[in-house]
Every structure is written in structure tokens, then in C-alpha cells.
Design a protein around this ligand. Structure first.
Ligand code: B12
Ligand code: SF4
Ligand code: SF4
Length: 380
């Protein structure tokens, strides 16, 4: 058997901050809870969650030969106050995890190296084995497995909390046919605290330990396909990609440290990008600015919608010009968000005059309906 200490030493050398082991069937309740969550429809339009449910319930369902999981964590702790960017309404707030390189690329490369090392060590001991590596995108429930391995516990905000790194651990997993010595699971240390539940701007937690993704800003900005529900837009403030509020208020962050990984520390300026500049980016400019970042994955149109909602929430009349220009954008989603932003920034008479001018040119039914709705509730 490859000793845990050998795996941990190599993991540390490769840049992982935490490494613990569990049996592949160590989180038996997770599958049942996943099914209940899906049955409630809490996954919204993340159809891929439901489509892969049969395999997602357990690593053994995904790969019957799996015996052990090696759970890895990479600390992406911010250097300063993670919520400071929410203060300046004329600038966009990007969540901590997206302020530099896409962690999927970074973590996956390291997982592959660690898996290769593990198989080589096992081979040297005459053990025939196989391994697969996953980070986020595969049908594996990483959080309950990480808790079973002792990396942390699933807090009331449903994310993994570590006694050493607080809320700021990316997770990755190596699933292997090897029998490895399991570590002990971590227990829940939330106690009576409910800070994360109370801070959520869109009230996305129907109960502790349960998230309704349909109300979560992170889902709405990154995963949701259609227009963001109007009743949730004001609560999004100046966020333009993801949300950290429930993570940031956790008292266990007092033990957190800034990441040691330069590729995960905020890129200079990324915490203070002006909404006006972001609204003016064309597709090529968007791709260039966010090259290598997870933000690029949502595409230019989706990104502009997020920026327009932040513009609508800014209270800054000067930004109406940016929204007015985007009324001519090719995407109806962007045009609809521009209508919403203008209704919040312009006086009612000016908005009505603009509607009279632009409405006859609008060809999309949903955007036409947006004009009608906003004409009723435009700022007096
Ligand atoms: C889908 C998904 C999302 C969705 C849904 C999130 C969710 N909580 O399920 C959306 C788009 C909203 C999202 C947002 C974010 N995500 Co995300 N996401 C995932 C993904 C791909 C799957 C998660 C999943 O299986 N959800 C299904 C639900 C049913 O599972 P669950 O959350 O584990 O639910 C458990 C609890 O509800 C619990 N439970 C239910 N009832 C009860 C009752 C009791 C008493 C108890 C104790 C427990 C309990 O049991 C369930 C099963 O364990 C994972 C990667 C992966 N493959 O695991 C990343 C992942 C969870 N995301 C991650 C991150 C960083 C984020 C964001 C912080 C990003 C951001 N800043 O915007 C936010 C956080 C929002 C939040 N509060 O969760 C990290 C979290 C790392 C960590 N330390 O936990 C992961 C692990 C990716 C990674 N590889 O690092 N995400
Ligand atoms: S990420 Fe933001 S919106 Fe989503 S649950 Fe946490 S605080 Fe609420
Ligand atoms: S904020 Fe409180 S309740 Fe939420 S995860 Fe942290 S300790 Fe648990």
C-alpha cells in the first residue's frame, strides 16, 4: 500500500495545500440528498446535474472499480477584504475565485501529476492500479467526499469550510482502484452560527445546508441561460461575476491565509474594473481582457448582461449612455438588460421618450415586453 505520508509529501511539492484520503463509498448520504435537491428543482436549468445524477451519487456509480479517493485542496484565500469591491458602485465586483487564472486548468494539471506519481509508486510495489482525476466538471460530488476525507466540513452555506483555510479551498479529486489508508472525517463546527444564511442578498438558503441555486447570484450570473429574474436584479448590486458574501462572513476565515499561488492572487486592477470600460468592450476586447480567466467561459453577451445590471444598480446617471448604446446590441438578452438599466437611471419622461423612439425598431418579442414592463415602473 502506498503510504499516505508519501502521497501528502508529493501533493505539497506540487502546490496542493491540503490532501486527505477516503474510501470511494465514504459519503453514502450524498446521493440521496442530491436526488432530493434535484427533485425540488433547486438546480434550475443546470440540466447536466440531473442528467448525470445516476453517476454523480457516488464515485463507485461512476466507476465501479473505484476503491479510494484522494481529496486535494488549493488555498485561494484573498490578500485583503474579499467584499471591499462591493463598495464602489461604478466598478464591477468579481468574486475572489475569478480574479486571475481559471483554477480548473491549474488544479487539473497538478492532479494529473499526482495521479501519475501515485500509480508509479504503486507499480514499484507490484500493485496494478488505475486512477482518474476530476476537478469540478465531472459528475463527482466533491464536497461530501472532502468532508469524509477530513479536509473540512460542509457548512450551512453548503461549501466546504476548513479549520486551516476557512472558506477558500478549491477542491480536486483523484479516484483510484488502489486501496489507500483512509483519514478520519471532519465534523461540523458551525454550531449556532448562521452568518452565511443571514447575509445572502437574494435569500438563496431555504434552510441551513440547503441552497436553492435558482436564487444564488453565482448561478444567475454564470450558469443560468435566460434573462435573470427581475425581482433578483437589484440585490445583485455591482457584482458582475459570482458572489462571495456567504463565504466571506464565515468566522472560520480568521484562520485563512492569502494564497501562495501567484496565478490565483488577484490580477492588478481586477478588483476595480470600471463598469463604463467593461460595457465598451467588444468581443475581441472581452476575450483579451479575460484570457485564461473563468470569466471568459460565460461569453461576451452574458457578461454584458451582468455589467448592465450592475450599471442599472449604480445610481450613476452618466452610465446611462453605455446602456443606451447597448440597445443596438445583436443579442436580445443584452438589449433587454439595457432596457432594465435605463429604466433605473433615466427620469420617467426621458425613458418614455426613448421607448417611443426605440420600440418600433425592436424585433424580439421578449425585449418588446421588457420595454412595456419598464415603461410602467420607470423611475418617477
Ligand atoms: C453545481 C455547483 C454550483 C452551483 C450550485 C452550488 C451548490 N451548493 O450545490 C452554483 C452555480 C450555485 C455554484 C456556486 C458556487 N460554487 Co460551485 N460547484 C458546483 C459543483 C459543480 C457541484 C455541487 C453539487 O454537487 N451540488 C449539488 C448539491 C445537492 O450538493 P451539495 O451542495 O453538496 O449539497 C449538500 C448539502 O445540501 C447537504 N445537505 C442537504 N441537506 C442536509 C441536511 C443536513 C442536516 C446536513 C448536515 C447537510 C445537508 O447534503 C448535500 C450533499 O452533500 C461543484 C463541483 C463538484 N463537482 O462537486 C462546485 C463547487 C461546489 N463550487 C465551488 C465554488 C467555489 C462556488 C462559489 C463559491 C463560486 C462563487 N464565488 O461564485 C459559489 C458558492 C455558492 C454556494 N453557497 O454554494 C467549489 C466549492 C469549494 C468548497 N470549498 O466547497 C466547488 C467544490 C468547485 C471546486 N472544485 O472547487 N456552484
Ligand atoms: S454566493 Fe451569494 S447569492 Fe449565492 S448563496 Fe452565497 S451569498 Fe447567496
Ligand atoms: S458562516 Fe457560520 S454557519 Fe456559515 S459556514 Fe461559517 S460557521 Fe457555518
Amino acid at each position: 500500500m502506498v503510504p499516505s505520508s508519501t502521497i501528502r509529501r508529493k501533493a505539497r511539492e506540487l502546490g496542493f495545500d491540503a490532501c486527505r484520503i477516503a474510501r470511494a463509498d465514504a459519503a453514502p448520504q450524498a446521493g440521496e440528498r442530491l436526488r432530493a435537491w434535484l427533485a425540488e428543482g433547486a438546480h434550475g436549468d443546470m440540466d447536466w446535474m440531473a442528467e448525470t445524477a445516476d453517476r454523480r451519487v457516488s464515485p463507485r456509480a461512476l466507476w465501479p472499480q473505484a476503491r479510494s479517493v484522494v481529496m486535494l485542496g488549493v488555498n485561494y484565500g484573498p490578500a485583503g477584504d474579499p467584499l471591499a469591491a462591493l463598495a464602489d458602485k461604478t466598478r464591477g465586483a468579481i468574486s475572489v475565485y475569478a480574479r486571475n487564472r481559471d483554477y480548473h486548468d491549474l488544479v487539473k494539471g497538478r492532479l494529473k501529476q499526482l495521479a501519475a506519481f501515485l500509480l508509479k509508486e504503486a507499480g514499484a510495489k507490484g500493485e496494478r492500479a488505475d486512477a482518474k482525476v476530476f476537478v469540478d466538471t465531472a459528475p463527482v460530488m466533491e464536497k461530501p467526499l472532502a468532508q469524509a476525507a477530513g479536509l473540512g466540513w460542509q457548512g450551512k452555506h453548503t461549501n466546504l469550510v476548513s479549520r486551516e483555510f476557512g472558506s477558500w479551498l478549491f477542491l480536486g479529486v483523484i479516484v483510484t482502484t488502489l486501496d489507500l489508508a483512509p483519514d478520519s472525517p471532519e465534523t461540523d463546527h458551525c454550531g449556532a452560527c448562521r452568518r452565511c444564511l443571514d447575509v445572502c442578498p437574494t435569500r438563496a438558503f431555504p434552510a441551513p445546508y440547503r441552497l436553492d441555486a435558482r436564487r444564488c447570484i453565482s448561478y444567475l450570473m454564470i450558469e443560468h441561460k435566460g434573462p435573470i429574474p427581475r425581482e433578483l436584479r437589484a440585490a445583485m448590486g455591482n457584482r458582475i461575476y459570482g458572489c462571495d458574501d456567504c463565504l466571506a462572513v464565515c468566522p472560520w476565515n480568521k484562520f485563512a491565509q492569502a494564497t501562495r499561488e501567484a496565478k490565483l492572487a488577484a490580477r492588478p486592477g481586477f478588483e476595480r474594473l470600471a463598469l463604463a470600460d467593461l460595457a465598451r468592450l467588444d468581443d475581441a476586447g472581452f476575450r483579451a481582457l479575460f484570457a485564461g480567466s473563468p470569466i471568459k467561459r460565460i461569453g461576451h453577451a452574458r457578461f454584458l448582461c451582468n455589467v448592465l445590471i450592475a450599471i442599472g444598480n449604480s445610481g450613476e446617471v452618466a452610465l446611462a449612455e453605455e446602456a443606451r448604446r447597448l440597445l443596438s446590441h445583436a443579442s436580445p438578452l443584452v438589449r433587454g438588460a439595457a432596457v432594465w438599466a435605463l429604466a433605473r437611471l433615466l427620469p420617467a419622461a426621458e425613458f418614455a421618450a426613448l421607448a417611443a423612439l426605440r420600440l418600433p425598431q425592436e424585433t424580439d418579442e421578449a425585449v418588446t415586453a421588457d420595454w412595456a414592463k419598464e415603461t410602467h415602473c420607470a423611475k418617477k
